[in-house]
Design a protein around this ligand. Structure first.
Ligand SMILES: Cc1ncc(COP(=O)(O)O)c(C=O)c1O
Length: 362
């Protein structure tokens, strides 16, 4: 194992949490609800009970909503932990693995920590940011035991094309490999959300949480879904890290899961109200372009001028009390990622300030 610094995580904790700005366009999540919105009571803090293999009621709620069996579920402290548990269940030191590229840095760092030999599967702009199926096939042929994808794709918000996912799944199955799809943004497709990857075949696993669409990241309520033997192995790995989830967190998560329709409606409304502001901003400027994402809270925006993300970030923080998610964390300093989950007045002012910073850096 080799735990290097996850630079994005270091940045996010320092600048989103410890030294926040007034107009933060970097966040990819919906703003949090109030405890009363999901009916939290003081009794939910009660810690006794048995959740050693996932809280039974919580697993029941997840199984019902995402169309899987309870034995396929491991509730975890966030989708991040589910990603790690599955990857560590599948890979041994020196194994081959693959990941979409560009990628959300913490996902790549899991493979690095497990000392995997990594192949990148490109998601190119000219291909609408869909994964290159041939590259995935070749990775499996070369022995990759695991491929990590995201759906909706972070940073672009693009939905993973089902025909491609199926083709990738067939190639994985042929070589006994697993495809992990991080679906932490997928519920932002609302009623158009397709069946999750883990329901498409035993070679797929899905991870998700209440962090993004539902806005409750600090609860650390995530889960992994996969075939029974893999989930059992993930529980064994969990024994090394945390043994079991916090019971009060599980009880509050149960409240949230019972309120998902309400939380979804809230997120849907915010997306409908806020996203047009980002669209108008990007499309009104000749120094920016993008592939407009149909769903979700994030937009991946290319800067055609000489502006680069470290300078944009620096200037915005120092002069404009605002920030964006810098593209260099995804290996693309000519990009910035914008989020629209914040209150509308904050978003509008943040975009105005971003425009001034971009004008200065042209
Ligand atoms: C693709 C992806 N997965 C996981 C996470 C973290 O989610 P969680 O809070 O569920 O661990 C993020 C957060 O930015 C993300 O973008």
């Amino acid at each position: 194992m080799r735990f290097n610094t996850i630079k994005y995580m270091e940045w996010a904790k320092l600048y989103q949490i410890l030294n926040p700005v007034s107009f933060d366009l970097s966040n990819s999540a919906m703003a949090p609800p109030e405890p009363s919105d999901i009916g939290v009571t003081v009794e939910d803090a009660w810690w006794a009970g048995a959740n050693h293999y996932g809280h039974p009621e919580l697993k029941g709620l997840i199984a019902k909503r995402w169309g899987v069996k309870e034995e396929q579920i491991i509730p975890t402290g966030g989708s991040s932990l589910a990603n790690f548990l599955f990857a560590a269940s599948i890979l041994e030191t020196g194994d081959r693995a693959a990941i979409e590229s560009p990628y959300y840095e913490p996902l790549g760092k899991i493979l690095e920590a497990l000392e995997a030999k990594v192949t990148e599967v490109p998601r190119r702009r000219e291909d609408q940011f869909q994964p290159d199926v041939d590259a995935a096939r070749k990775a499996f042929e070369k022995g990759a035991k695991l491929l990590i994808l995201t759906d909706l794709y972070n940073p672009c918000g693009v939905h993973l094309d089902r025909a491609r996912l199926k083709a990738i799944g067939e190639a994985a199955a042929k070589h006994g490999a697993t495809v992990l799809v991080d679906e932490v943004y997928l519920d932002a497709m609302w009623e158009e959300r397709p069946p999750i990857a883990a329901t498409l075949g035993p070679q797929f696993v899905s991870t998700n949480s209440l962090t993004k669409v539902y806005g409750i990241g600090n609860l650390r309520a995530g889960w992994g879904i996969g075939r029974k033997d893999l989930v059992e192995r993930a529980y064994r790995v969990y024994d090394y890290l945390s043994v079991l989830n916090s019971m009060p967190a599980d009880r509050v998560a149960i409240r949230a899961h019972k309120s998902l329709d309400k939380l979804t409606a809230r997120a849907k409304q915010r997306r409908a109200e806020n996203f047009p502001l980002i669209k108008k901003f990007v499309e009104s400027r000749n120094d920016l372009d993008w592939l407009e994402p149909k769903w979700g809270f994030i937009a991946w925006v290319r800067m055609k001028s000489k502006a680069r993300s470290p300078a944009v970030q620096d200037l915005m923080r120092k002069k404009y009390d605002a920030q964006v998610s810098p593209g260099h964390f995804f290996g693309h300093p000519d990009h910035i990622r914008l989020g629209c989950g914040l209150p509308q007045d904050k978003l509008a002012e943040g975009l105005k300030r971003l425009g001034m910073a971009l004008d200065e850096l042209r």
